[in-house]
Write a new protein. Sequence first.
Length: 350
Amino acid sequence: MTERTLPLTVEDESATRQSPPAQDPSTGLPRAAVIGVALSAVVALLLLAFVWPAVRTAPRNVPLAVAGPSAAVQQVSAALAKAQPGAFQVVPVADAAAARAAILDRDVLGALVLGQKGVTVLTAPGASAAVASLITEVGRAVGTQLATAQGAVVPAVSTTEVVVAAGSGDPYGAGFPSLVLPLVIASLLTGIVAAFVVSGVAARLVTLLVSSVLAGCWASLIAGTWLGVVAGSWAVVGVAALGVLSVSAAIVGAHTLIGRIGVAVVVPVILLVGNPLSAAASAPQMLPDGWSALGQALPPGATVQALRSVAFFDGTGAGWPVAVLAIWAAAGLVLVLVGLARRPSRVKRS
């Protein structure tokens, strides 16, 4: 006996094909209000991150060598402490040669040499153009005060000598701060692309290494050889490449370990904290108290100090900032491997 099937009625067929109810695409008003508050908070954070360090920039324990007769050195030290308490850390030295050596060793950022014919101001725009300008003004003020003081040992400012110059194409040091932001942006872009576009751990590592090395080469070629902002060299290539790798590897490592949340944490820290606290336009001693150490512990600040060391001081003082960059880069690469070991399926899907 054959089984008979009854045809579906129009109503039954339409019922089986009925689509789910359409969702309202509009965002609820409470949620929209929360999003608006969050966006305004981002604006506040940006203003705080970039404007606050700028308006609070001032000398804080800037190491300043002073050479001359003991009485005159004490007089200058007392005058500086009275005029700007806590602004300068006076380092007495024997003579002008010792002052120059202290600048070259990066123990001080400038010097005043008190002599019978006047005050000679020794500056290092290569270390910081802003601090060099500040020390020049201080030297003029010191010379004037000593000239008018009763029993002054030195009459007035006589000369200003540049001990460590800025780049040959950037005599006033204005171009050096502009070198840092492109490197930060390049490192962020490299990390984000490697995390979200490139698949596979080996491919991501190749992307990071190739992009970082070539970024370092471009930095040395354009900012160094062509524009003269720094002295183009393989040391500059290495520092710039390590600076880019330190950030990009941290982004990829955080993404491999905890996904998009990791990227959402690392990127704002580097862009909104590390970049304004890098002291590229001034010096760590010019930043607000406590924040200078944080800035130097982040890749942008470490890159700035390492570049200054290798470009203008033959590598003197590069040890710690290079170590900071290496730690960030190594930590990012380790996170990639740890994330692979813990969640291999995530690496394949990402």
